[in-house]
Design a protein around this ligand. Structure first.
Ligand code: SF4
Ligand code: ZN
Length: 710
């Protein structure tokens, strides 16, 4: 036998033995009836479920899984067979990790790692992964000989937006090197035991179930999906024991190349298992092996600039300067200008900079002026919304809000590294030119920090512009427009999914409005958003159009033939998996409930968000369940075929608060109902369907007078 297959089999044998022992110990301790589950997932033990279709729910379900696991270890001198043994190790690792959760709420509470990654987190990664905002996923494990070289590798991934999972002692090494860690920084410590690698593996596997509509038990389909669509790879640091090698074989079976920093000499398997001894080459080689291309954004500012810094929070005590609409006039505006009004790359500061004793508090007007032969006023808000993201990408800058309600903080460290206001302008300029080059020919950025000037510009320039845009948005509806858009961005994960985007119905991810889709078409003519003429109306109420059906059929490669724009019950739009909210019918009241991704509790349907979400997705139609964006809730077109927003009987409190004003306005306008939101249940009222019905009756909720849904 080759050294490599020897090692793999030795490792999988060891894991099999360990798993078997731990399973029987656990059954002895707790009994076979004891529940076993990872937190906040609808996919049981995901690897076992996806590979075999078996839903492990109790300890008593495990011995059969251990038998399957052992049957995968053939000991044949053949790489394919040895990779199966690697899968056995993945299954064993999953069981060992799941056992940690038996009888414990959070076994990782005292660890530097987070352990299991909940379903809603994976769903939230959908959009950044399909847009390439997260260009790939790295799993980094082991213990580095040279901690600073390993830290450089991880920092390099971070700066490129790669989502990096850490397993093993390397977690402490990376933390000691001062790398910012956490989901929001895209460097995610999983756990110290090598079995914690399972928490990265199940992310890929659940992506196949959530987005890919892979049938549980379809192992070849699963392996093809992870290989082709999950752009992940593994880097190991330091010496490898047989368990790590066999876990690596599991990764290779899933299609993820493994790059080690020890010399494997002739044991290398080109494209799958390779040695890179020079750590300066690790990143480049790993990305190449997976075909991941990084759009280089070199922004000449004194701090780092990367999407990985988007979630950074700056506390009061750490801030050097602050711009807050609450305290001073502040606004940001993107405005289209004539050719002679814009001087390209002119960056101007009018007023004082942030020098001086912390905390510096100043007014701020950010004015980005654009000329472009193909520029349209409709693209102004699309670009303006990006300012929020770009400013957040700057390390040490936090930005929230938009328009005339903004809050920006600059960290003391960033100030000390030399960051000044002009650098903010530079970053904005570079990003406008980078992302909107096909409509922007020239761009200049001016920052104002004198109170009177900012206040005056806000009143005379910015507010009238915002008002005009709002008027345009309000006057835009499905009736008055003649073109819808399709979006197939999510097809890289959900191959048959198509969103149809109308002025009154945004994409289910919440990130693509009709204006965004229109701008995307202009920016990338052959890109994911294509116009669909609003023609061939077959049913106005349900929103059935022959042209829409044709577009969906073509874009879904024939998988979906008919969709309605406004119905939940008949041919509803498909869901990919990254939806912000899901609505589903509530049979007791004849209404629908809506649940947002952030809500962790129970619903009157007896299901959590994750469980509800697993009812639909992967680009299939599921009458009665549908993913959608938050903004769709207050749309006049929200399931209008079934009676519209009057059907809504329950939402989590946070969602109710967020959409309340707009939903009230819609209900008032459509049905003359005052304070409709007060008639809708939430978790502080009840999670029980019968109690909910009583509540609705007491409030005189209009759903009780509507025709049955089924
Ligand atoms: Fe995906 Fe639809 Fe959003 Fe496009 S609009 S990114 S297809 S969810
Ligand atoms: Zn999606």
């Amino acid at each position: 036998m080759s050294v490599l297959t020897d090692l793999i089999y030795a490792g999988s044998d060891a894991v099999a033995g360990l798993t078997e022992g731990l399973v029987s110990d656990a059954i002895n301790q707790y009994g076979a009836e004891k529940t076993i589950a990872f937190p906040d997932t609808a996919y049981f033990l995901p690897t076992i479920y996806a590979a075999t279709g078996v839903k492990v729910k109790t300890l008593g379900d495990l011995p059969a899984c251990v038998d399957v696991l052992k049957s995968l270890i053939s000991k044949k001198e053949d790489l394919g067979e040895a990779l199966n043994a690697g899968l056995a190790t993945a299954v064993g690792a999953e069981i060992i990790e799941a056992l940690k959760y038996v009888g414990k709420e959070d076994p990782y509470a005292d660890e530097a790692g987070i352990g299991f990654v909940p379903d809603p987190v994976i769903r939230s990664l959908g959009v950044p992964l399909v847009t390439g905002d997260i260009p790939g996923v790295a799993v980094v494990l082991g213990k580095a000989e040279d901690a600073s070289a390993a830290a450089d590798v991880v920092k390099d991934y971070q700066s490129k937006g790669i989502l990096t999972f850490l397993v093993g002692d390397i977690i402490d090494q990376i933390a000691d090197a001062g790398v910012k860690m956490g989901l929001e920084f895209r460097v995610v410590p999983l756990g110290h035991d090598v079995t914690a690698v399972t928490h990265a593996v199940t992310v890929a596997i659940r992506a196949a179930l959530i987005f890919g509509n892979i049938t549980p038990g379809d192992l070849p389909g699963l392996l093809a999906y992870t290989k082709e669509r999950v752009l992940a790879f593994v880097n190991t640091f330091g010496a490898l024991n047989e368990i790590a090698v066999s876990a690596g074989a599991g990764a290779i079976a899933l299609g993820f190349p493994v790059i080690v920093d020890i010399d494997l000499a002739e044991n290398q398997v080109p494209g799958a298992l390779e040695s890179v001894l020079d750590h300066k080459e690790t990143v480049k080689h790993s990305l190449n092996l997976r075909g991941i291309r990084i759009k280089i954004k070199e922004i000449p500012i004194p701090v780092a600039f990367a999407a990985a810094f988007e979630g950074e929070i700056i506390r009061k005590n750490d801030m050097h300067a602050e711009f807050s609409s609450q305290k001073n006039p502040a606004f940001e505006l993107v405005a289209m200008r004539q050719e002679n009004e814009v001087e390209d790359h002119k960056l101007t500061l009018v007023g004082p900079d942030i020098d001086g004793e912390a905390p510096v508090g100043l007014p701020l007007g950010v004015v980005v002026e654009i000329y472009g032969a193909k520029m349209q006023a409709d693209f102004e808000p699309v670009i303006e919304r990006k300012l929020h993201h770009w400013l957040n990408y700057i390390e040490g800058v936090m930005h929230t809000g938009q328009r005339n309600l903004i809050h920006i903080r600059i960290h003391k460290d960033a100030y000390e590294k030399g960051l000044r206001l002009k650098d903010l302008a530079e970053a904005l300029y570079c990003m406008v030119m980078d992302e909107f080059d096909s409509v922007v020919d020239k761009c200049q950025v001016t920052l104002y920090t004198e109170k009177d000037t900012v206040a005056q510009l806000l009143d005379t320039v910015a507010m009238p512009r915002y008002d005009a845009r709002d008027e345009r948005l309000n006057s835009m509806n499905d009736e008055s427009c003649d073109t819808f858009y399709s979006c197939i961005l999510c097809q890289s994960f959900a191959p048959s999914h198509v969103c149809i985007i109308t002025p009154e119905r945004l994409g289910l991810c919440g990130a693509v409005s009709w204006l965004d889709a229109k701008a995307t078409k202009e920016l990338t003519p052959l890109g994911p958003c294509q116009p669909v003429p609003k023609e061939g109306c077959l049913d106005e109420v349900k929103g059935v159009y022959t042209e829409v059906n044709k577009a969906v059929e073509a874009a879904s490669q024939g998988m979906v033939q008919n969709v309605t724009l406004y119905s939940l019950m008949q041919d509803p739009m498909t869901s990919c998996g990254c939806f912000e909210c899901i609505c589903g019918i509530e049979p007791f009241s004849n209404g629908v409930i809506i649940v947002n991704r952030e809500y962790k509790g129970m619903t009157p349907l007896g299901m959590s968000f994750g469980e509800l979400a697993s009812m639909t997705g992967g680009g299939v139609q599921t009458p009665g369940f549908m993913g959608h964006g938050r903004h769709f809730i207050s749309s006049k077109k929200f399931i209008s075929a079934e009676g519209g927003v009057e059907r809504i009987v329950w939402m989590p409190k946070e969602l109710k608060d967020a959409v309340g004003d707009k939903l009230n306005a819609t209900a008032k306008e459509l049905y003359g109902i005052d304070n409709f939101i007060d008639m809708i249940g939430d978790e502080t009222i009840t999670e029980d369907p019968e109690a909910l019905l009583n509540f609705l009756t007491e409030k005189g909720h209009p759903v009780l007078g509507l025709a049955p849904l089924m």
